[in-house]
Design a protein. Sequence first.
Length: 387
Amino acid sequence: PYTTLFRSKLTLPFTYFLVFQYALVARSYVLVPLLLFFVAVCWKRNPAIMAVTLGLLANTSLHAAVISAGLAAVYAAEQIRSGALKDHQQRRRILLCAIILAGLYAFAVWTAFPPHDLGFKTSTEHPGFFVLFRLLELCQPWGLSIPFWIAIAVCFRARCALFYLLPVLLCALFCVVVYGSWWHIGLLFPLLIALLWITWPTSAGNISRHEAMGRIALVAIAGVQILWSAYAIEFDHCHAYSPDLATAEFLRPFVRQGATVAVTSVGERTNNSFNSVGILPYFDRNIYINLPNSFWWWSNQDPTEARFNALLPSHPRIVIVEVSSRGSSESINLDSPEYSSLAKAGYRFSNAFCGTMPERLGPGITNCHMIFEYVAGLPGPGLWPSK
């Protein structure tokens, strides 16, 4: 009776994180599902392949490294429980694989270890419990996530594999303690698929009630995320995901004329100007007079904002203000007092180019390049152009 239900696993590739977030958005996370599924394929095969795959997984991102460590711990526990270490030859083989994995982990730590002048603040904007609350939001409405995770835990317990959820727990704790965004939380979904794959029952006998609960829960979350996929694809077709290309086309005539362009940001953090570097690949040089490099330098010694304040009295022709907000671009308020210094310096709002990331069934983070042009002898403090 469950045959049709279980065949719905064919819908998994069309879920939000697999078909959109980790397929269309160009980040290193795109490799994580592929490596996780390869781990599932090779779990009971060659330990050397497992070591290399887990090591590569750790080198894709910090969150993937935490997942890799959890999988390595579970794999080691499985080897000990199976008695593989009692055989001398097998023990030497596993030790060699452990050395390979340790070397790849060491390389990941070396490349990702934060420098002393790191300007990126890893603390979240909300308390840890709020981030943990968001970790439950793999379903919508969020209340469905609670019975979902209960059903998953019951399913793994029925398979005598509850400790296989260790990588999920470690990733969740890492998001709470260090940092967790929407795309990091989404890593739990391909991880869960891989864990269910690894622990899938080999016998074709009767399915227990607890096993059925877990499978039905997976089908339910897949259905919800297919709705997210449909919304994201439709939203991405009708709205700009990134404002960089449109902004570059607008700036191109000014740059050709030799106009000076400066960049700044509004908000509590001084690192918000980093979104401006997305415009630079459309030019053959760094067009910003206050940005020291053609990339964003994540350092607390970055002089971009200090240079902007020093250069503003010289009246750069164009000022780009970087703004990030949650929700649509309509939530951006140009009457905010943060723009008053530009108005007093003779700048008037010219244009806005925004891009929005779809998230679940609504708009997520919106990034905007706000264009201000210097107008000599600008009367009054207004930012809006005359109609």
